[in-house]
Design a protein around this ligand. Structure first.
Ligand SMILES: NC(=O)c1ccc[n+]([C@@H]2O[C@H](COP(=O)([O-])OP(=O)(O)OC[C@H]3O[C@@H](n4cnc5c(N)ncnc54)[C@H](OP(=O)(O)O)[C@@H]3O)[C@@H](O)[C@H]2O)c1
Length: 265
């Protein structure tokens, strides 16, 4: 997809990877529409990138319910949706506060899925679009202290693979982004819980993970959208984990390749 003048909705754009994504898409000629709760950060990033700010809380299902329509009314049609907003919950599962499971699942899985549900028919009516879902190595492997987070990211990754099957042959494409450690506030919080920090250190010592700068992630995502690639996996040394999980999905795609992808109406 050519990016010049395309509108890209980026959730979780007030800091971290989302902010880097906004800057990288703007550098590539796209127009960012930015979502997060921190209004001041969003507005200053919007003015720095020539984009628009749309403060919203993705943990609030009523705000998510009409979000795509609201943003398209405020800014114009969305060509690319990047579901980047995410929160971690680092604790032993049974010790976490009562509302943690619901909150993490809302932000990391239900809101991205709901935004896809709202955006895809609009993109199809306009002739095309692209969905990027930012998932995690933690959606493939499991770390102590990250049960709720890992489960939400596994759901998002599997959802994206299913969406790809749903959209086969249609002009809306998907990219699943599976990331290892990226130094941000989220990673710093996860590192605060000792069992999680120890498991991160071990996987790094074994050579399967290394920090990736957020700017590298952002450039990889921009390139993937431009070239309509299905996956971004960083760091590359974690790729064996992704390929193991992807193998049965691909096998199903091959087995079902003769099945029409859309129900007849
Ligand atoms: N950093 C890593 O090592 C790593 C690894 C794998 C995957 N990821 C994924 O990458 C994505 C970005 O993470 P990051 O490391 O950049 O985290 P971050 O620095 O903590 O940024 C998270 C972003 O999500 C937004 N957000 C959080 N809760 C929200 C809510 N209820 N409604 C709307 N926006 C909300 C935050 O903005 P406000 O607080 O202003 O709302 C912020 O802009 C996440 O999906 C994360 O799971 C990160």
């Amino acid at each position: 997809m050519q990016l010049q003048g395309r509108r890209v909705l980026i959730t979780g754009a007030s800091r971290g990877i989302g902010e880097a994504l906004a800057r990288a898409f703007a550098d590539a000629g796209a127009v960012p529409a930015l979502v997060a709760r921190s209004e001041d950060s969003l507005r200053s990033l919007a003015s720095a990138t020539g984009g628009t700010a749309h403060p919203a809380d993705l943990a609030d299902a009523t705000q998510v319910a009409e979000l795509i329509e609201r943003i398209e009314n405020e800014a114009g049609p969305i060509d690319i949706l990047v579901n980047n907003a995410g929160i971690e919950s680092t604790a032993a599962f049974a010790d976490a506060p009562a509302d943690e499971l619901r909150r993490v699942t809302e932000v990391n899985y239900l809101a991205p899925a709901e935004l896809c549900r709202q955006a895809i028919p609009r993109m199809l009516r306009r002739g095309g679009g692209h969905i990027v879902n930012i998932s995690s190595l933690a959606g493939i492997v499991v770390f102590p202290g990250l049960v709720t987070y890992s489960a939400s990211k596994a759901a998002l990754s599997h959802f994206t693979a299913g969406l790809r099957a749903d959209l086969r042959g249609l002009p809306v494409k998907t990219t699943l982004v599976e990331l290892g450690p990226v130094p941000t506030e989220l990673l710093a919080r996860a590192d605060n819980y000792e069992p999680t920090a120890r498991s991160f250190q071990r996987i790094e010592r074994l050579g399967f993970a290394v920090d990736t700068p957020r700017e590298t992630v952002a450039l990889g995502v921009v390139d993937a959208v431009r070239r309509q690639r299905r996956h971004v996996r960083l760091p590359r040394r974690s790729m064996p984990f992704s390929l193991l999980v992807e193998a049965p999905r691909r096998l199903t795609e091959v087995l079902l390749s003769g099945v029409p992808h859309q129900a007849k109406s």
